[in-house]
Design a protein around this ligand. Structure first.
Ligand SMILES: [Zn+2]
Length: 163
């Protein structure tokens, strides 16, 4: 996942939190607080319901796309700029990072679920899928870097930044 993707994800989560407050209903005197449906009025549900299972599968799929597209990017000679090339080129480590990203996303969803923020719980996965798929498409659309070899020195340089 690239820096703009991470930034977009963080901004989206923060923006979602702000919108959540605007949706909260003011408590009525003497009325009991709803237990697990604080922000959206949606009824409480089991964490591992069909919708979350589908969303988490989507997050896992998006992370797999990120893995494949980043490997494609590296095979084309481009550099990863969020992680180091050394990390990305270590395939077992990179797979572990993608799995950890999926687990972290599920963990964030669980925290939102436990705190009664069920809309944010779902949006965490939706945003993660969107950012992952968008980043993967971008990775596949990148062109290989232009390499210039200077005859006198044999020094190679990448001109990717000039395109
Ligand atoms: Zn929930």
């Amino acid at each position: 996942m690239s820096k703009p993707q991470i930034l977009f994800l963080a901004i989206s989560v923060v923006a979602g939190c702000g919108g959540l407050r605007a949706q909260e209903n003011l408590p009525t005197a003497g009325a009991p607080e709803p237990k697990l449906a604080a922000e959206s009025g949606t009824p409480a549900h089991k964490f591992w319901d069909a919708e979350n299972i589908a969303l988490f599968a989507g997050v896992g799929g998006a992370r797999m796309m990120d893995y494949a597209s980043t490997r494609h990017l590296r095979d084309e000679g481009n550099d990863e700029w969020l992680l180091t090339d050394r990390i990305v080129d270590n395939r077992p480590l990179f797979v572990g990072i993608e799995l950890a990203g999926t687990a972290a996303s599920i963990g964030v969803s669980y925290l939102f679920h436990r705190s009664g923020h069920h809309t944010l719980e779902r949006w965490t996965s939706v945003i993660h899928i969107g950012v992952g798929v968008g980043g993967s498409v971008r990775n596949y659309l990148l062109k290989p870097p232009t390499v210039v070899v200077t005859p006198a020195t044999g020094f190679q340089t990448s001109l990717t930044f000039l395109r």
